[in-house]
Design a protein around this ligand. Sequence first.
Ligand SMILES: *[C@@H]1O[C@H](CO)[C@@H](O)[C@H](O)[C@H]1NC(C)=O
Ligand SMILES: *[C@@H]1O[C@H](CO)[C@@H](O)[C@H](O)[C@H]1NC(C)=O
Ligand SMILES: *[C@@H]1O[C@H](CO)[C@@H](O)[C@H](O)[C@H]1NC(C)=O
Length: 449
Amino acid sequence: MLSISSCLFTLHLAALVASVPALSSVSSAASAHAVSAVSSVAPVASSTSSAAEPTATVPFASTNPNLPLWGLDSGDPEPVRGSLGAPILGPDNIPMDHENPDLFAPPTSDAGSVQVWPFSLSHNRLQTGGWARQENIGVLPMATSIAGVNMRLEPGAIRELHWHSTSEWAYVLSGTTQVTAVNADGQNFLANVGPGDLWFFPPGIPHSLQATNESAEGSEFLLARRFHEDDTFLLTDWLAHVPAEVIQKNFQANPEAFSHIPDQELYIFPSTPPPIDATAPSSPQGGVPNPYSFAMSQINATQHSGGTVKIVDSTTFTVSTTIAAAEVTVEPGAIRELHWHPTMDEWSFFLEGQGRVTIFAAQGNARTFDYQAGDIGFVPTAMGHYVENIGNTTLKYLELFNSDRFQDISLNQWLALTPPALVKAHLQLSDQTIASLSKTKPVVVGPST
Ligand SMILES: *[C@@H]1O[C@H](CO)[C@@H](O)[C@H](O)[C@H]1NC(C)=O
Ligand SMILES: *[C@@H]1O[C@H](CO)[C@@H](O)[C@H](O)[C@H]1NC(C)=O
Ligand SMILES: *[C@@H]1O[C@H](CO)[C@@H](O)[C@H](O)[C@H]1NC(C)=O
């Protein structure tokens, strides 16, 4: 049910993106408003005595709560919000509308355009032993810094020995995957990586992935890396494209030795499950100095009033220099606070529950999206956003960044650490409200009392 409706959901999104005239008329109206606001505010800026009266020049923002108007299994989707819109008369895809109340009847605070992608709409590559589907700039053009792959291996199945020009970060969703690698110094690595745990291979480091039979189903995982169409180098693909005479000479082997190698890539293929207690072959150069896996499931999450956060970046997972990650839980009604990431794009993946996110893209642009498990979100560098749990179960998702460090700026903390008179002049908050701003980051807050 989820996958079908997610598919439908993005077709709807494609239609939205195609309706550029409608979108640009919204945003040009918004920017016209912004321009007139700026020009009429300008004289006030030179007058400190009237600094506490900015609403003399612009109206108050709406106090409409702008809640989602229906849920996954509840309510009657209609493109109507208050006095805006009108009931639909023509054909319509109701399951898709159920998943996306904030596209079909957007909050009145929305304007402009941003993007989202569910894996359910990705082409899936089915192989004997598993499958893989990917999200990249071909389907989500905005997400230039991180691309995702969702991969499944049956017990014993192998994602063949390969390397990339980019690094590979992974989060195991289910089962255990045995990974191997060898670095440029001839040091090697082997580990079993279980649910909620990570691996990371730096650019160019050759590696393999194989599901163990610890789980009868094998394993499934999420991969994230910068995507280039042709940057995955497979062992079999390479050897199938080298003259046989060269292979013999290279390995000093007789003509028979390499007479049964595949004539094309294997990619994913079935095999015997590896021993769970396997170790890497002994290397005269030793093992890699810093492990390529990290037991994220074993670290303690930081508890906040509305949920928890685990952060793993290169400060703890030394080799992970191009991806920083946070695993976040948000309890029903709670919210990952209004924030932004100063220098990094955020690529997010929803693991459980239902979330609502508004991305503020500056210049009057903001768009609200509803997310389910399996959906991918992308927030470009510095864009303000929040993640609200609008379901009845814990919302769990990953935030990934193209960076060696996790960093965020909290709106609440920023205002708390700014001179109160300055905050008051902008927002007309009471002294009591200003005093209750938080000088430490709330991170995940609520539900409000
Ligand atoms: C799992 O794989 C190992 C190693 O191949 C094998 O010895 C064991 O019997 C397998 N267990 C099951 C339950 O298939
Ligand atoms: C995690 O929390 C448990 C229980 O509070 C504590 O005993 C343990 O020492 C903590 N582990 C780390 C690595 O902080
Ligand atoms: C949450 O539970 C309430 C009461 O059982 C129900 O009315 C509502 O539709 C549920 N919301 C979602 C998003 O499942």
